[in-house]
Design a protein. Structure first.
Length: 161
């Protein structure tokens, strides 16, 4: 009986890793662009980050708390990793699992960053973390870290209920 339980647990663990790796989608800028242009009542929080960025990693738990608190609202959080495609299996997926990230994570992999950074926001230097919060009536961009308090203030003022 004990062997069966161990094998069953191992199978679930392996299946869980496999499932998560299938959820990581890689986009170039043109494929990613529709995430920036939704014209609905839903408020979107799009956070640009990377596993190697210390301020990004530091703020992620507060973004996750916001994601959990607002999940019943007209709200969607997207964590846009700027990690290299070659890092997905060995760095990004283990990081997501270790931190138990629940928000959707995608990878933006486009070598023309000097072009697409300015298309995302003309004031963006390209430094991360960077966050966009928007809905059809509101747009906010911030380069640098954000706290849970900062996020809540913006969301509570602009979320459509």
């Amino acid at each position: 009986m004990k062997n069966l339980k161990i094998i069953g647990t191992f199978f679930l663990f392996v299946a869980g890793l496999s499932l998560y790796s299938q959820q990581i989608k890689v986009f170039n800028y043109e494929e990613f662009k529709p995430f920036l242009e939704k014209q609905t009542d839903t408020t979107y929080v799009i956070n640009f980050w990377a596993t190697w960025c210390i301020p990004c990693v530091k703020e992620l738990p507060e973004f996750e708390e916001i994601n959990a608190e607002y999940k019943t609202e007209k709200f969607k959080m997207l964590l846009v990793s700027l990690d290299f495609k070659s890092q997905i299996q060995n760095s990004l997926i283990p990081f997501i699992n270790e931190k138990n990230l629940q928000a959707e994570v995608i990878v933006l992999s486009d070598p023309n960053s000097n072009v697409w950074i300015n298309k995302i926001n003309k004031s963006w230097s390209g430094a991360i973390p960077a966050t966009i919060i928007y809905n059809k009536d509101f747009y906010f961009f911030h380069e640098g870290s954000m706290t849970k308090k900062d996020l809540k203030k913006i969301l509570n003022k602009n979320i459509k209920r």
